[in-house]
Design a protein around this ligand. Sequence first.
Ligand code: SF4
Length: 415
Amino acid sequence: MAQLDTRAKLAILADAAKYDASCASSGTSKRTSADRKGLGSTTGNGICHAYAPDGRCISLLKILLTNSCIFDCHYCINRKSSNVRRARFTPAEVVDLTLNFYRRNYIEGLFLSSGIIRSSNYTMEQMVEVARSLREDHHFRGYIHLKTIPDADPELIHQAGLHADRLSINVELPTIAGLKRLAPEKSAPQIEGAMLGMRSAIEDGADARKRYRSAPKFAPAGQSTQMIVGADAATDGDIIGRAAGLYDRFGLRRVYYSAFSPIPDASAVLPLQRPPLMREHRLYQSDWLMRFYDYRPDEVAQAVDPGTGMLPLDIDPKLAWALRFRDRFPVDLNRAPREALLRVPGLGTKAVASILAARKWRRLRLEDVARLTVSLAKIRPFIVTADWRPVALTDKADLRAWIAPKKEQLELFAA
Ligand code: SF4
């Protein structure tokens, strides 16, 4: 490997990391520095949390330790057979970069992933050393997210959890068949075994902290994972089912969905085109329904088209579900339980909380709802208030066409 300076390495290794979506700093708690020797904080002055519309965090230094890899996953630009320029940081270089960027207030933390060099254990040791040095040598209190390697020694994963706020292991593909075909050197049981071990360690760590304040933190922001969307034949129904199983079995904080991007010198087994970005967006919306709107996974799956197994692209999954189950509407905002209110298209969780609080004192009218939603016109077919009942509108055969965003709006989003 030719000698590169730090700037050149950074250009290569930050670019190589952009394909990983799983780096939001939500859910972390502040690491305090009682002795005031600590550096940084995820909530201190001058540090802003910047999120892209799909929830990606953009204020972390997001890099790979190296983009060299002994594996050959078809979808990955860093795979062994890929013809890309390679670079590698030493742990000390990553520590220096993180501290320098942090001091300049460019970042609030570090997201570190890596290709696998020599062996999984060797690579994991290097990543753990970065986190250890930041925390112990430099008293760094910013956010650290480490991508872990499923078959690394559990003791190394444990060390990673003692220093990092969040750990993640990518399941990569939504189905086991997809993983076998596109990442033949990876093993679904191994990935799931590592996620299960991480769940136990996180729960044990949290229990210990409840009993003894001095117990060490273990990955206090939990674990997350990422699935690539559109690289294999998995439908949205498959992806929703897989995500629901992951939340349930491994207690994940987040599942991230990353639309497959065609890569240079792509393997012949990959599709030539990326899926529409709107597909990724609709999957994030379906994920929100499970995490914040109390939809059961089988209910979210009812939003997919039974013929194709895909979520509609022109309307969001909540509206798709409501149109499919028109008999559940209109919902009386003055009487319905929270669960029914959460299913009304156009009502968010805060709006539902406001309705529940306000109706203790008075009967809600349409003008009250107008203050809680972006479009009163679009919510009216689904609700009843003290002064409104949508007799004619619920029967409108073209309700979907009337409510769905216009084609130009969708194109604007795609652009
Ligand atoms: S192990 Fe990771 S870095 Fe290596 S080829 Fe597979 S996805 Fe890419």
